[in-house]
Design a protein around this ligand. Structure first.
Ligand code: IVH
Length: 693
């Protein structure tokens, strides 16, 4: 999309603008931001940090704020939209959005090829094969270089206008160089998807806030594009692949661009205009046997992709041949979907267990006759809450269809009532806690039954597990099983006891050699100096996830300063709404919670926000990653050294990374980091120097 020379000059401008913000020229700044959006979201090779992008973006907002008449429709600032109060408007597509015919095996593909060859009068056809993205289909209309409309598929003839939502997807350009090709208007098709990583991250955030999680990336994407508030769409970090030009309209006397003679050419053209088309993923194959072989290989490889696909789409590459074959009212005759084997299976719902979580929420878990789907054996699936069981009318003994999509947690799709024999049993939700027998309660607005007994042993153990978990105080070498074991043996009865463990007794236990005891001791000690937000998150205050914990921390010096805020004051914090404010207020006004915090303080835990930065905050907010074998330091110690100084350890190379510390025999992480200009690559010795300073 960008030539080397363009990249160089845009990078020079970027550096210049970052250093001299008063010299910025609005038109050029928009180009610079557009370029970095492309690098980040389409080319997946960010050239500046998120922070630097944000600085430039703020400059744009300031310049446009000063001269609103200069705001253009394709300005990066125009992605932000306002909430919709009414329902979406229905708009007709320029060309009806047809579906695809499905195939499931080699026979179906041979049949498709035979008909295509007969229709085309050819011995062999060149096919373009590309992923069948598993998301929500959209159509986009560009006029005079600008994105003017985005629609859902709807009934294929007309769809809902979701332009504001689609503008939140950064890999969809707001303007494209159509005029360079003499094109006045163009309608294109694609699929909005949520990557597996974005899906997991988003669900983790929901979980941390104790909200219901989403079933799979497809539902998450399809739900997102129809949301009323574009800001909520932005939070889901969606992406879009564009794979089809359904209509274009050329200026008089302009010849058809050569790229628009074939499908692979169209993908290249779309890619060149700044879209994420399956340009790199596609494969041109002559003859159907090659296609069949490729489908077989790809089905096995599908899990390696960072997003979900449910098959491949096989398209005749030559547009004149496509035209010759035409379409039925349902699907084009020049394309077919090859659907991968469904990762669904039927099994029997044999039993239900009711598990008690750290907040007392009681979750029904379906115990199933073990069944393999997509290479994984599934015997247990969460049924979330009582409403879920009722809505799906699930009964003990039912035959149920279960689904597992890639990395995604298995779900029960539905039961098959037609297979009932009459001895299936209605699932009765317990009225008292299955662990401590305390009467369960349910708030009117909630679907969850809770045990509100603070002494419920299940909750105590789950709270300890949360306290030491990775995003909380991150006590490594302290798994769930060990916590349960220590609890049962009376060695760990509550959170503060983590810091007074009887290591003498522990070292007599099976599986606790000197090394594992030492590792545990080190990890517990390191957890004492964790940044304050981690402790706030670790306390497990309802609705307080990692992000809220970080926000809250910026308003206090000592954690107990939170006792001084009223609910209204808490609501004035960024992202803290009524529900969260209420929860924080109550937490810090309950004696037992204050006593817990004081006990932890007495044990030596960091309770102060500035202390870490003031004492030695040189790594505060910096992100580190270690790769290769370290020779002077143990990896865990090196990581603890960073975290104690306020820095963070990332799990992979991204534009967020500030330092990559390279040990011996470093591999792919080093190569990847070399491509991102903002990452400083340092040796272990340089790291030690950095820490000393
Ligand atoms: S081509 C006339 N290509 O699959 C052109 N569709 O089951 C028809 N889909 O409605 C679409 N990936 O939403 C095409 N690479 C791809 C696709 C793709 C996903 C979706 C699309 C379509 C559905 C049909």
């Amino acid at each position: 999309m960008y030539t080397k020379a363009q990249i160089q000059s845009l990078q020079t401008l970027t550096k210049d603008y970052l250093q001299n913000p008063h010299n910025i020229q609005l038109g050029a700044l928009k180009q610079v931001l557009k370029f970095h959006e492309y690098q980040y979201y389409v080319a997946a090779t960010p050239l500046i940090s998120d922070y630097e992008y944000d600085c430039l973006y703020q400059e744009l907002l300031a310049l446009e704020g000063a001269s609103p008449s200069l705001i253009t429709k394709d300005s990066p600032s125009q992605r932000v939209g306002s909430s919709l109060n009414e329902s979406f408007t229905t708009v007709p597509h320029l060309v009806p959005m047809l579906s695809l015919e499905n195939s499931y095996n080699a026979e179906d593909l041979l049949d498709f090829d035979r008909k295509a060859r007969e229709g085309a009068g050819l011995d062999q056809i060149i096919y373009c094969v590309e992923p069948k993205f598993d998301g929500a289909s959209i159509s986009l209309v560009y006029e005079n270089d600008l994105l003017v409309r985005a629609c859902t598929r709807g009934d294929g003839i007309a769809g809902d206008d979701i332009t504001q939502n689609i503008k939140q997807i950064k890999s969809i350009p707001l303007s494209i160089p159509l005029s360079e090709f003499g094109i006045m208007q163009m309608e294109i098709r694609g699929e909005v998807i949520m990557s597996k990583k974005s899906f997991t991250d988003f669900n983790n955030k929901l979980k941390a806030k104790q909200l219901a999680t989403l079933a799979n990336p497809r539902n998450a994407a399809a739900g997102a594009i129809r949301m009323k508030d574009p800001k909520e769409v932005a939070e889901r970090n969606l992406d879009a692949f564009i794979y089809h030009i359904s209509y274009y309209n050329l200026k008089a006397d302009v010849p058809v661009p050569t790229l628009l003679e074939t499908h692979s050419g169209a993908l290249e053209l779309l890619w060149g205009m700044g879209f994420r088309s399956p340009q790199k993923e596609k494969k041109l194959i002559q003859g159907i046997q090659g296609v069949i072989d490729f489908c077989g290989v790809f089905e096995i490889e599908r899990d390696k992709l960072p997003y979900e696909i449910d098959g491949l789409v096989i398209k005749i590459n030559d547009f004149s041949l496509q035209e010759k074959l035409g379409m039925t009212s349902h699907h084009p005759r020049w394309a077919i979907a090859y659907k991968f084997k469904a990762r669904q299976a039927t099994t029997i719902l044999e039993n239900v267990e009711f598990q008690v979580g750290r907040t007392g929420a009681v979750t029904p878990v379906a115990k199933l006759q073990a069944v393999a789907i997509g290479g994984v054996t599934v015997s247990s699936i969460s049924m979330h809450n009582e409403d879920y069981i009722k809505e799906k009318d699930l009964r003990l003994g039912d035959t149920v269809i279960i689904e597992r999509a890639g990395d995604v947690i298995p779900q029960i799709v539905h039961s098959i009532p037609a297979l009932r024999k009459g001895n299936e049993k209605i699932i009765e939700f317990p009225t008292s806690c299955p662990v401590c027998d305390y009467t369960l309660e349910k708030e009117e607005t909630e679907a969850v039954w809770r045990c509100n007994n603070p002494l419920c042993t299940a909750q105590i153990v789950e709270r300890i597990i949360h306290f030491v978990s990775k995003d909380a105080l991150d006590i490594k070498n302290f798994g769930d099983a060990n916590i349960r074991k220590f609890y049962e043996l009376g060695l760990l009865k509550n959170i503060p006891e983590i810091y007074h463990l009887d290591f003498e007794t522990i070292s007599t236990l099976e599986g606790f050699g000197k090394k594992s005891v030492d590792n545990l001791k080190t990890a517990i000690t390191a957890s004492m100096s964790q940044p304050l937000y981690r402790l706030i998150y670790a306390l497990g205050i309802r609705f307080v996830g990692e992000t809220t914990a970080k926000t809250v921390t910026t308003h206090v010096h000592h954690i107990l300063d939170l006792q001084n805020f009223s609910e209204e004051q808490l609501q004035s914090f960024e992202d803290v709404g009524v529900k969260v404010a209420k929860s924080i207020y109550h937490y810090f006004h309950e004696e037992k919670n204050i006593a817990l915090i004081k006990e932890l303080e007495a044990a030596g835990l960091n309770m102060i926000q500035q202390q870490i930065q003031a004492a030695d905050g040189n790594l505060s907010e910096l992100n580190f990653l270690f790769t290769g074998t370290l020779t002077q330091l143990k990896r865990s110690d090196a990581e603890a050294m960073v975290e104690v100084r306020g820095g963070h350890i990332l799990s992979g190379v991204s534009s967020k990374l500030n330092y990559l510390v390279v040990g011996e025999d470093a591999g792919s992480k080093l190569e990847k980091a070399k491509k991102i200009a903002t990452i400083k690559i340092i040796t272990e010795a340089e790291f030690v120097e950095l820490i000393k300073n």
